[in-house]
Design a protein around this ligand. Structure first.
Ligand code: EPZ
Length: 431
């Protein structure tokens, strides 16, 4: 397994191009299943999750053609996806277990073929992550759902879903995306109430409308979809990754450097994180290319933050803001409300000298003067990034093991940080 070795204490200065958003790219790729024609996606990040989903879509019969090879520094990959014929409506366990977002093929397959058999994703490090809201939503659209031997078997009587009203008792990004995609081909109108409002969902809806869907209320908690007979091909550029951008803004602040995040509409894209990052002391200045980030007055302010669905502070930034708060003046209280086990970075940060105490879903972080480099273990994607951030700011050497977690969500991390002066290298551990 690979590991990262960092020598901390170097100011980061330079530009970091922000890649396409992983959490927009994954549902967008699944949308290709909704049409026989070609969906061309550009600005795709080169990540393990994208490769895993490509493998899954191919086994459903999708033909993928790389139109432009992507590198972390050249604006990403352009991929054409053509699901002319669906050769299998089964999503097998050995792929789904590697990436739970595979569950997003369920809605498109059910809408296109009238049936789908998808392995239950199972939990992951950060929580149980059930899919009950997805399944209840499909039942509201007329689907019959059976759970057998670890698989969801879904069927639309008569081969086509019926529009209906889907009310989510709690906000769910994936369930909103799954129902939204399925509703585009349902017979009649679907109303999604208490829909998630993450920007990645709006990006998906805009792409679906380019494909001929009739979606209104995009970006609001009530989305209305008028079902159509079929969708056609389209071209779409994936939105920039707001979590990657905010993570590198924290890197600039923690190393007392200055980084220009290069990308389109980053300030808008970073809504949700921006206010909290500013309260913590980060200054943002827009340029023609993107946004320059630095610690505004040389001090990290202790803040109190609660993770919330969009437009609140994103749970995917919780581990990263905690890394920053380990060096704050005073103390910070961070409450995680979305996932039940998303503090696994805490013991690792503590090994680097952080002073953090946990009471249930709340962590109290008392600022320390400095962090000390240490060997640490990555446990999940965003926890891994918090360890990188701590390692960049710490005195001495930090080794981060199991960085396959990082490779799932941060394209070319050591390239991008290295280009800004970070002393960081990847080592491959002998098998
Ligand atoms: C998406 O996961 C993101 N993943 C996550 O990013 C992100 O943390 C999460 O949304 C919240 O913003 C992708 O977009 C691929 P949810 P998702 O359904 O859709 C519970 C990352 O680091 N729930 O909004 O799985 C669930 O257990 C990843 O990039 C149910 O109870 O999140 C959780 O507690 C991590 N039943 C809460 O809702 C359901 O049917 C929010 O989950 C569905 C969800």
């Amino acid at each position: 397994m690979d590991r990262l070795v960092l020598q901390g204490g170097h100011r980061l200065e330079g530009q970091i191009p922000i890649s396409g958003a992983k959490n927009a790219a994954l549902p967008l790729m699944c949308a290709a299943l909704l049409t026989r024609e070609t969906l061309t996606l550009s600005r795709l990040p080169h990540l393990a999750d994208i490769r895993t989903l490509s493998e899954l879509l191919q086994q459903h019969g999708t033909r993928l053609t790389c139109e432009k090879a992507g590198t972390p520094l050249n604006g990403g990959e352009t991929l054409s996806l053509t699901a002319q014929d669906i050769t299998s409506t089964t999503a097998p366990y050995d792929i789904v277990r590697r990436m739970r977002a595979s569950i997003l093929v369920l809605g498109p397959l059910l809408a296109r073929e009238g049936e789908a058999t998808v392995s239950l994703p199972g939990g992951c490090a950060i929580g149980n992550r059930p899919i009950d809201l997805h399944l209840k939503g499909f039942q509201e659209l007329g689907a019959e759902i059976d759970l057998q031997e670890g698989y969801v078997r879904a069927r639309a009587p008569g081969g086509r879903l019926k529009g209906g009203t889907v009310h989510f008792p709690m906000v769910s990004v994936g369930a909103t995306e799954n129902i939204l995609m399925a509703a585009t081909l349902a017979e009649g109108t679907t109303i999604i109430e208490n829909a998630a409002r993450e920007p990645e969902i709006a990006d998906l809806a805009h792409c679906l409308n380019k494909m001929g869907a009739r979606i209104s209320g995009i970006g609001t908690e009530m989305i209305i979809v008028e079902g159509v007979e079929r969708l056609h091909g389209a071209e779409h550029a994936v939105m920039p990754d707001r979590i990657e951008a905010a993570s590198y803004a924290v890197a600039a602040a923690m190393t007392r450097g200055e980084i220009e995040l290069v990308g389109h509409n980053l300030r808008i894209v970073m809504t949700g994180s921006l206010d909290v990052l500013k309260d913590a002391g980060i200054g943002f200045r827009e340029t023609g290319n993107g946004v320059v980030c630095r610690l505004a007055h040389g001090r990290i302010h202790g803040i109190n933050v609660v993770t919330q669905p969009y437009p609140g502070f994103p749970t995917d930034m919780q581990a990263q803001i905690m890394a920053m708060m380990t060096l704050c003046e005073g103390a910070s209280v961070i409450t995680e409300t979305i996932f039940e086990n998303r503090f696994m970075h805490v013991p690792e940060l503590s090994r680097m000298g952080a002073d953090i105490t946990i009471h249930g879903s709340t962590a109290t972080v008392r600022g320390v003067k400095k962090l000390l480099g240490a060997p640490v273990m990555a446990t999940d994607l965003r926890a891994s990034m918090s360890l990188v951030l701590a390692g960049l700011a710490a005195e001495g050497e930090t080794t981060i093991n199991r960085i396959y977690h990082l490779d799932r969500g941060y394209e070319g991390l050591e390239l991008k940080l290295g280009a800004c002066g970070a002393q960081i290298r990847r080592e491959t551990e002998p098998a």
